[in-house]
Design a protein around this ligand. Structure first.
Ligand code: F6P
Length: 534
């Protein structure tokens, strides 16, 4: 074990009992333990990190070669070693005049060409120039995809609702027929475009939903259905076999991972919804964060800091999950998006060399928007036996000036929660409160315990002026690079996902049994459940 890990563990043991609030005896703590980049401020002063811990974590990042790993990714090296691929989702949002080489070939002309094609296609839908089979304008777009081919556009179209001036966008992901049935039931096939988004064009859920949608279109339009189809995929042979004209297929290279793909063709629904200027602003926000990640010193580098805080909480303090708490209703799908980004990337048990990890990798990521979560699971955050580091997101202002007073309530609640988690309520304060509420004697003693909050629960807050497309781009790229930072320090491959395969294979093996084949070979539980379900 590197000496730095041991030093961090020792330092934690020595300082674990220091109250977080006492760290603010240093009047400069907020300035020293916050950092910014363009529109984002990261406040991590309400964590137990002190200068010693921070210096050790930065030393750890250097020792594990983080700066070289960052360069290798942006240079287009095949850092996704188990799939033999480069990792260049950053190219999808890079400035047009930048050269990015993969095997000696500049990929940027192709990236820009695809973006222009997407813009032309989205433009036709938005203006009404692209006609339906019956010569009308498209009013609705249904994106059929799952995982990385769904969560980014779902999250971002919701986040950017105030900018939405194109056709209505709907999303179908689940193979549960309820999802597509509920979505299509209110739509008119004569004015609906179906976008089938699947990098591989083999994902069973997506293909089942695509077939259902095609039948729905054909029933109304016959051969005209083709005019209502488009695809986002790397498998152009398969999209052709499905009957989608090549000019309506938007492809991307294998160096874009599914969960990192919303910046390219997978982002087509976002572009259709908010238009090219806003989509490009989203890309610029992410590009700004890319530049920051590549150039800012480690101690001021937002993704690096967020990653190091993650390592501190997970590996040094032993906290096994983290809660993402956007005080921004339009970021309500951010936790789900981050679950895939983080847990599919860093939920790994072996290093890049195939050695078992000797410490924990990615934590459980979960969350809900505030203030709703306050009325649901915050009880556990404040008084439960587990400590869950919280990650708050909050804008200085909303998009509804007429509701500014509600936004002030939102801000007050967000700041109150991080303050309460840190400060807690001491037994003395709790006793006084119980007495004020009229408790006496044994009841007073009992209530004092229930009204006590342990406090010292860490949180970070990401603050921004307003949830604009640029800011959203920055936020998402920040989390992408945070995941990268943590993965690099653990020495794992954050860009493969072998762990999703076994369940897919077993589902395929169960299909014939659900159609009546003999379940021999299946375990007793599975057979018992099959008997109940068939
Ligand atoms: O099951 C996991 C996964 O492979 C994700 O990584 C991916 O985003 C998703 O399935 C969808 O894959 P596709 O875009 O190929 O349909």
């Amino acid at each position: 074990m590197s000496d730095i890990w041991a030093q961090l563990a020792r330092h934690r043991a020595e300082t674990a009992n220091t109250p977080l609030l006492s760290l603010f005896d240093d009047a400069d703590r907020f300035d020293a333990f916050s950092a910014d980049s363009d529109d984002l401020l990261l406040d991590y002063s309400k964590t137990a990190l002190d200068q010693t811990a921070l210096s050790l974590l930065i030393a750890l990042a250097k020792e594990t070669g983080l700066p070289d790993h960052i360069d290798a990714m942006f240079r287009g090296e095949r850092i996704n070693a188990t799939e033999g691929r480069a990792v260049l989702h950053t190219a999808l949002r890079a400035p047009a005049d930048q050269k990015i080489l993969v095997d000696g070939v500049d990929v940027m002309p192709q990236v820009q060409d695809t973006l222009r094609r997407m813009e032309a296609f989205a433009g036709g839908l938005r203006s009404g120039a692209t006609k339906t089979a019956t010569g009308a304008a498209f009013t609705d777009v249904v994106n059929i995809g799952i995982g990385g081919s769904d969560l980014g556009p779902v999250m971002a179209t919701l986040a950017l609702a105030p900018y939405h001036d194109g056709p209505r966008c709907h999303f179908v992901s689940n193979v549960d027929g309820a999802h597509i049935a509920d979505t299509l039931k209110d739509l008119d096939p004569e004015t609906t475009l179906i976008v089938i988004a699947s990098k591989t064009f083999t994902t069973t859920e997506t293909m089942a939903n695509a077939e259902t949608a095609l039948r729905w279109l054909r029933a109304a339009l016959g051969d005209g259905a083709t005019a209502h189809l488009a695809a986002v995929s790397s498998a152009q042979d398969k999209t052709a076999a499905f009957g989608i004209p090549p000019e309506r297929v938007f492809g991307f290279a294998d160096w874009v991972g599914g969960r990192y793909s919303m910046w390219g063709p997978v982002g087509l629904p976002i572009l259709i919804a908010v238009g090219p200027d806003n989509f490009r602003a989203l890309l610029s926000g992410a590009a700004a964060m890319d530049a920051h990640f590549q150039t800012a010193p480690l101690a001021q580098n937002l993704p690096v800091l967020l990653g190091l805080i993650g390592i501190w909480h997970n590996n040094i303090c032993g906290y096994d999950s983290r809660a993402v708490l956007p005080y921004d209703q339009r970021l309500s799908r951010l936790p789900a998006y981050l679950q895939q980004l983080d847990m599919e990337s860093n939920g790994k048990g072996v290093t890049l060399d195939g050695e078992p990890l000797t410490r924990h990798s990615g934590p459980v990521v979960w969350g809900e928007p505030g203030t709703n979560g306050q009325h649901a699971f915050y009880q556990l955050l404040h008084q439960g036996t587990r400590v869950v580091p919280a990650e708050f997101l909050i804008a200085a202002e909303g998009h509804e000036p007429e509701l500014a007073h509600q936004h002030r309530m939102l801000v007050a609640n967000c700041l109150a929660q991080s303050e309460a988690l840190m400060r807690g309520r001491s037994p003395e304060e709790a006793r006084q409160l119980a007495a004020e509420r009229g408790f006496e004697g044994a009841e007073l003693k009992r209530m004092t315990v229930h009204l006590t909050f342990p406090g010292n629960r860490p949180s970070v807050t990401i603050a921004y002026p307003r949830l604009t497309p640029f800011v959203l781009g920055q936020i998402i790229a920040l989390f992408e690079h945070r995941v990268f930072t943590e993965g690099a320090i653990w020495g794992i491959n954050s860009f493969d996902q072998w762990g999703v395969e076994l369940g897919k294979e077993l589902a395929l093996s169960l299909m014939p049994i659900l159609d009546g084949a003999d379940p021999t070979g299946k375990d007793g539980s599975t057979r018992g459940l099959l008997a109940k379900l068939t």
